[in-house]
Design a protein around this ligand. Structure first.
Ligand code: GLN
Length: 504
C-alpha cells in the first residue's frame, strides 16, 4: 500500500510495518527515517485513486500540502524540533475553513468560497506539523446522515460501493477507512462523526460541547455543533485531541481551563475492572437490525471479559430525542443560515442586474439544496410567533428532561453503551426521498449533542453483507479522556484488527 512506503535517505523506498498510524509516521519523520514529502505525496496519490471510486473529496490540496511537507523536511534537516504529528497527512471536512483552500460546505452558496483564515482546530493540527491534504465531501452544511446531499454528488461506502458511507462527515470517514490518512476532522451536530465512523469501520469521537474550538467552523446548530475526529487507533486520536484541545479566546463557547491529557489516558488504562457500564434499554431492543443487536451483544461480552460490570438501564425520555433534536437543530439552522442572502454571504446566482430582491430570492431558493431549504422552513416555522411555545419551547423542555435522565444514569454507572445507529450502511438513494426515515437513524447519536456529552463510536465487527458495524459509548460531561482510554483497552483486546482498512 502506498502509505506504508517511506523514503530512506540512503536506500530509496522501504516498507515499514504499521506505518498507517499517525504515531508511527510522526516518529519516523521526526527521526529522519521517513520523508514528509514522500508520505504526503503518497497520501495524495491514494486520495486520487479513492476519489475515483468513492467521491470522498471536494478539493485535493496537492500544491499546498507538498509545500508544507517540504518545509517540515527542511526544518528537520536544519535540526528544528518537529511536532507530535510531524508529516502526518490529514483530511478536513469541507465545512471547516482552511485559508487559501476552497471551503464549500458542499453547497452551491459557497462553491467558490476561499476562506481568508483557518479554523483553530486546523491551525493547531498544523502547529503540531500535520499536513492537510484534502477537503472532504459531506451533506450540504452537515445536514444529513448519508453524504448524498452535497452539490458535488454523493459519497460511496468503500466496503460496498452501492451503499452510503453515512453522514454528514462521509468523506472524512472514507478517507480514514481506506487508509488515505490516519486522521480526519468532521463535525458532529447530531451524530455526523460517529454514524459515518460506524458505517465505515473506524473510530469516531465527539468531544464534550466546548472541548474543541469552533472558530472557523461553519455554523449549523450552535448549541449542538462540535468538531469531532476520526481515526483507526486510540493513540492517534489522543495525539490529535492533545494537539487541538484547550481554550480558544476566539470561540466564546470553548471551555476554559486545562484540557485532559489524552495520551496519558491511552497509556494508563489497562483493563475495565470495576468500571460500571449501563446498556440503555430503550435503544437496545426492537428497532435495531439483527446485526446491530448482535454487535451490541458481542461488545457486552467483551466488556464483561475485561472486568466491567455491565447492567441494563432505562432512560425513559431518550425516545423523544429525535423530535427534540430536529426542532432545536432546524430552529438554530434557520437562524444561522439567514446570513446567506446573496449580499455579503453566499455566491450570487444569476445576478444580471435583476435587483436586490431577486438576488436574495435566488440566494435563498437556488443556492441551497432541497434538504437545507426543508430545514430552514421547518426551523422558521418552529420559531414563528404563535408556534414558538408549542414547538421550539417544548423541544427545549424535553431536552432538559433528557439531560436529567443522563444525570440520573451517571449517578449509577460510569459509562453508557448504545448502538451507534439502528442499522448498518444502507443503499444509496434508499432514504433520500424519505427524510423521516433518514432522521430516525439519529436516534442514538443525537442525544450526546442535546446534552453536550462526549461520545465515541467504535468498530464492533462486521454485519450482514460484510459491512462494518459500530457501537457507541457515552461518558459524563468533561470525561472525554475516559472514552479514549476505553478505546485503547478495546483496541488492545481486539489485537490489531480493530479498524481494518477498507478494500478500495
Ligand atoms: N444526521 C443529523 C442531521 O441531519 C446529524 C447531522 C450532523 O451531525 N451534522 O441533522
Amino acid at each position: 500500500m502506498g502509505s506504508s512506503l517511506l523514503r530512506l535517505p540512503y536506500s530509496g523506498s522501504v516498507m515499514l510495518r504499521s506505518m498507517n498510524a499517525a504515531a508511527d509516521i510522526a516518529s519516523a519523520v521526526r527521526s529522519g527515517e521517513g520523508c514528509a514529502r514522500e508520505i504526503v505525496a503518497q497520501a495524495l496519490d491514494r486520495a486520487e485513486a479513492v476519489q475515483k471510486r468513492t467521491n470522498a473529496f471536494i478539493t485535493l490540496a496537492r500544491a499546498e500540502a507538498l509545500v508544507r511537507a517540504e518545509v517540515i523536511d527542511a526544518r528537520r534537516e536544519a535540526g528544528d524540533p518537529l511536532g507530535p504529528l510531524a508529516g502526518v497527512p490529514v483530511v478536513v471536512k469541507d465545512n471547516i475553513c482552511t485559508k487559501g483552500i476552497r471551503s464549500t460546505a458542499g453547497s452551491r452558496s459557497l462553491d467558490t468560497f476561499i476562506p481568508p483564515y483557518t479554523a483553530t482546530v486546523v491551525k493547531r493540527l498544523e502547529a503540531a506539523d500535520a499536513v492537510v491534504i484534502a477537503k472532504s465531501n459531506l451533506d450540504e452544511f452537515g445536514m444529513g446522515g448519508s453524504s448524498e446531499s452535497s452539490l458535488f454528488g454523493p459519497v460511496r461506502n468503500p466496503w460496498d460501493l452501492s451503499k452510503v458511507p453515512g453522514g454528514s462527515s462521509g468523506g472524512s470517514a472514507v478517507a480514514v477507512a481506506t487508509g488515505v490518512v490516519p486522521l480526519a476532522l468532521g463535525t458532529d451536530t447530531g451524530g455526523s462523526v460517529r454514524q459515518p465512523a460506524g458505517f465505515t469501520g473506524v473510530i469516531g469521537f465527539k468531544p464534550t460541547y466546548g472541548r474543541l474550538s469552533r472558530y472557523g467552523v461553519m455554523a449549523f446548530a450552535s448549541s449542538l455543533d462540535q468538531v469531532g475526529i476520526m481515526g483507526r487507533g486510540a493513540r492517534d486520536l489522543a495525539l490529535a485531541l492533545d494537539a487541538m484541545a484547550g481554550h480558544d479566546p476566539r470561540d466564546a463557547t470553548s471551555l476554559q481551563g486545562n484540557p485532559p491529557h489524552f495520551l496519558e489516558a491511552v497509556d494508563s488504562v489497562r483493563d475495565l475492572s470495576g468500571v460500571r457500564i449501563g446498556v440503555v434499554s430503550e435503544l437496545s431492543g426492537e428497532g435495531n437490525s439483527p446485526s446491530v443487536s448482535e454487535a451490541l451483544h458481542r461488545t457486552r461480552e467483551v466488556l464483561e471479559r475485561l472486568g466491567a460490570k455491565v447492567s441494563d438501564l432505562s432512560l425513559p425520555y431518550v425516545r423523544y430525542g429525535v423530535p427534540s433534536y430536529y426542532l432545536v437543530a432546524t430552529a438554530e439552522a434557520s437562524s444561522n443560515l439567514a446570513r446567506f442572502d446573496g449580499m455579503i454571504y453566499s455566491a450570487r446566482v444569476g445576478d444580471n442586474g435583476e435587483g436586490q430582491a431577486r438576488v436574495m430570492m435566488r440566494a435563498r431558493g437556488e443556492a441551497f439544496g432541497p434538504e437545507v431549504r426543508r430545514r430552514i422552513l421547518m426551523g422558521t416555522y418552529a420559531l414563528s410567533a404563535g408556534y414558538y411555545d408549542a414547538f421550539y419551547g417544548k423541544a427545549l423542555k424535553v431536552r432538559r428532561l433528557i439531560a436529567t435522565d443522563f444525570e440520573r444514569a451517571f449517578a449509577c454507572v460510569d459509562l453508557l453503551l448504545t448502538p451507534t445507529a439502528p442499522t448498518v450502511a444502507f443503499d444509496l438513494g434508499e432514504k433520500v426521498d424519505d427524510p423521516l426515515a433518514m432522521y430516525l437513524g439519529d436516534v442514538c447519536t443525537c442525544l450526546a449533542n442535546l446534552v453536550g456529552l462526549s461520545a465515541v463510536s467504535v468498530p464492533a465487527g462486521f454485519a450482514e453483507g460484510d459491512l462494518p458495524c459500530g457501537v457507541q459509548f457515552l461518558s459524563p460531561p468533561l470525561q472525554d479522556e475516559r472514552l479514549v482510554g476505553l478505546v485503547a483497552v478495546l483496541e488492545r483486546e481486539a489485537g490489531g484488527g480493530f479498524a481494518p482498512l477498507a478494500p478500495v
